[in-house]
Ligand binder design. Sequence first.
Ligand SMILES: [Zn+2]
Length: 321
Amino acid sequence: MAVLVGANTRTYKFALGAALLDAAAEGQPDILLRDLAVPYAMGLVRHLGQAPQVSQNGERGEKDFLSVAEREAAESLRLGSPTEELLAAAIQSMPEMVMRKFHNLRGEGAGVPHRFYEVTGRSHERVVLLSRELRDIAQSEQAATLRGELSARWSIVETSFAAGIGQSLIREGVAVDMTTLQITDRQRRRSVAGVTDAVIGFQHGPCLICAELITPEDTIAVDHVFPYSFMRLLRLDEQGTTPDLDAIWNLAPTHARCNGQKSNRPPTPGEMTRLAQRNEAIMQSPVPLRKTLELTLKDNKHSSSRPGEWPRFIQHVRDLL
Ligand SMILES: [Zn+2]
């Protein structure tokens, strides 16, 4: 949730999340801040070459860590490790900035219930204590899923920072390419992230059909919760619109075996509840996934601001059958 939810004006949080997962996977209870700063800085520098790491309207000063990273990117990539200037800037900015905000969620005073780390020691040799919770998750079988979610989220956010497409993504939300199961922007139709990686975190791990955990050994399928074939069975509602079943709101990662056994049946009450909860969770995340769902509600004449609208909308679709 630290990675999925929360406003982003820059992508520091993702670089820190990736560096923390790698450090904690080693199993050591602590790491020198300077050692954690290396993968953190290199993660940002690698992404800088692919997409902007700051929003178009984000203000930026000379001392902004990203300004330093941009200046030092080429040389750091050539060296395969951060330049001295980049490393010094990372060590200086991390505890004051990204490490202070990492546990925060959207909303006043909201935060994740665990601490993943604590920074101790003096300024010239600070130590990052990695919490039990962080080490447990980094060494669990869920770690691979978390890494996938993190990189999908990173990609969605940096795409929404890009000139041109970024604005369209924020205004119009995302589309889905059902052939490749990729989320795309509506303008260029280029891949932004995989559907599964982008939304599975909002289901908190379980398969939408059987409600059992999806593990890395499981083959995953993206299920149409209301089967796509129902499109022609849906009666027009009073407004003359039919909901699009090929869209994020109706797509959910499941075990491939559960998806295979499901066939063309309407969703069960349990599935409808889980889908509504998943969509309500996405509504708590920042643009553009939230925007996509808001537009679905709006296009179907449902309120996009009233809480609890997803159960009502999903029941409404069921009633159209
Ligand atoms: Zn299942």
